[in-house]
Each structure stands twice: as C-alpha cells, then as structure tokens.
Design a protein. Structure first.
Length: 198
C-alpha cells in the first residue's frame, strides 16, 4: 500500500549534482570568500568532482595492492588457544592467580553468586559527577542477583575480593617494610636489587 504523505519525486543524477553544486556555491562567500581554488562555475565543479573520484579510485587500488602484498608476505602459522586449550577451574584470575570477578569461567563460584552485568541505568548513574560523589570513575559494584524488576539500588553489593577493590589506598600512611627473599636475590642479582633500593 502506498503512503500518499511520503511520496518521492524522481530526480536525475545530474539534477542532484547541480543541486549540490548550487548549495556549495551559495555557501562559498561564507566559507572561503577569497580562495582561488574553489570551483566557481559548473564546468569547474564537474572537473573538480571528476578529479576527486579519480583520486579516490587510485587510493582504493593502492590499498588493495598493499593488502594483497601483505597477504603474500604473511606466513601461515597455527594459532593456538591460550594455555593450549587447558581449562582451569580454580576460579582464579588468569594473570596473577588471585581471587577476582574477572575469570574466564562463566560458572558460578561455589558459595558465591555470580553477579549480573550492571544495567545501563547503573552504568550511567551520576555520570560525570561520580568523582564528586566519592564513587570515582570506576565500574559499578557487583551486586547480588535478583528479580530483574527490582531497581539495582535495592540489591545489596557483593563483598569484593582484595584484588578487585579500586579507589582505596592500600597503605595507611606508613610504608610497609620491603620483603626480602633470598631466592629472588639469587635469581635477579644482588647488585640489581641494591640499585633498585637506592
């Protein structure tokens, strides 16, 4: 069924191009009134557009040639999955083996519910003013899963793991004494550790 309120009139490509030229020509006194490089007549406009199309075509051909050359130069190496596909089910982070919410497993950790991803409203809560409110610009806290119709403010936050805590100072004002590890000294070298201490 045809809509009578949104009907369109066919316009030729030449008429569309001339309308574009007329719009640019009318704005030229405001954009570049004394520029000798802007096309002022229809013939100059067509010549300019033709040069731009040719330049775009040359650029596309050049990119295609570069892509083909890169394909020929690349060696085919098999890409293996991390840890050769071994799945570790200890619920620790992959990088430092610490308790964290950032684990590859999507299974719920025993004794701890899996926090759902924050809603859009929770992510944008207080927006740029989060820093002034004391929350800082960090992702929202993981919260206890519940009924999706319940507002996120009503769900209590889960206790964070020490590795996941952000925005809190780790020292209480006094520096902790540095750890001394004899095995590390033998592996790294006593001279390097002494240089780092000074």
């Amino acid at each position: 069924m045809m809509s009578y309120t949104a009907s369109k009139t066919w316009v030729s490509d030449e008429a569309k191009e001339y309308d574009l030229f007329a719009k640019i020509r009318d704005n030229m006194p405001y954009i570049a009134p004394s520029s000798p490089f802007t096309p002022r007549t229809w013939a100059e406009w067509i010549s300019h557009r033709l040069r731009m199309k040719e330049e775009a075509h040359r650029e596309a051909v050049r990119r295609l040639e570069i892509k083909e050359a890169q394909k020929k130069m690349q060696t085919k190496e098999a890409i293996h999955s991390p840890l050769w596909g071994k799945e570790i089910q200890d619920y620790l982070s992959c990088v430092l083996s610490r308790e964290s919410i950032w684990i590859p497993s999507t299974d719920s950790r025993p004794g701890r519910p899996q926090a759902p991803w924050p809603t859009y409203d929770e992510l944008k809560h207080e927006g740029y003013h989060r820093n002034k409110s004391g929350y800082s610009r960090f992702p929202p806290l993981p919260r206890v899963p519940g009924n999706p119709t319940v507002n996120w403010k009503q769900r209590s936050p889960l206790a964070q793991f020490p590795f996941d805590e952000v925005g809190r100072p780790t020292l209480t004002g006094e520096e902790l004494p540095p750890e001394t590890d004899d095995m590390m000294m033998s592996l790294v070298g006593k001279e390097l550790l002494e240089e780092l201490d000074s």
